[in-house]
Design a protein around this ligand. Sequence first.
Ligand code: ADP
Ligand code: ADP
Ligand code: ZN
Length: 229
Amino acid sequence: MSATETQTRPAVLILLGPPGAGKGTQARMLEQEHGLVQLSTGDLLRAAVKAGTEAGKAAKAVMDAGGLVSDEIVLAILRDRMAQPDTAKGVILDGFPRTPGQAEALEALLAGQGASVSAAISLEVEDAAMVERIAGRYTCANCGAGYHDRFKTPAVAGVCDECGSTEFTRRADDNAETVRARLDAYHAQTAPLIGHYEGKGVLRRVDAMGDIAEIAAALRAIVTDASAR
Ligand code: ADP
Ligand code: ADP
Ligand code: ZN
């Protein structure tokens, strides 16, 4: 950024990657460190399912089967969330966009606000690691902090590091059959977005096979760079 420019536009970061790549884990860390707002369409959809809204009812069967929810439903939820004032600080999109149609709709939405995608970060993992990550994933039922049976255990067994809760949940779709379908959906519908963002000059590839702290350090460097543009 030159001395005369001031940063008026919030950073819009996209985390791309297959299920289990570590998008949610890293997005939460970026939120805590950089004051960006994590916006997970998976979390928003799960909340809609739990609340029993029309969108939630329509999404449930698709999510249980490991498919992608329709662009129409996802975009309606995303637009509502993006309209809330806290997103003005900058957002980290976790699990969105997932189709070319969603990517185009996002660009139109941002253009209307004089903004654009700052960086699309592709978390690159091998399929075998991804299956292992998903199989051991669980979450604090109170605050949503993410854990793993082997790779990220709380400091005190059975107690959430962030809020002290002793209640945890596992996602219904984190099972062997559904994972296969989710991976297929990723390769067919989401992976093409890597080329899309490469063409726009905003793609950043990150090796996501390392440990959580190493990947966080790589992302920190990208976010600092993107926020300074
Ligand atoms: P995504 O949001 O991409 O589906 P998560 O962030 O939920 O992925 O991570 C999936 C699981 O793998 C979680 O249990 C998380 O604790 C764990 N995990 C995340 N990043 C790593 C990593 N780099 N190495 C090992 N396990 C990880
Ligand atoms: P993960 O990255 O671990 O697969 P998410 O929590 O991002 O999990 O998504 C869970 C499910 O929610 C997906 O399998 C899909 O059914 C639905 N979903 C989430 N985000 C989107 C999206 N942007 N477009 C369509 N479906 C979505
Ligand atoms: Zn907690």
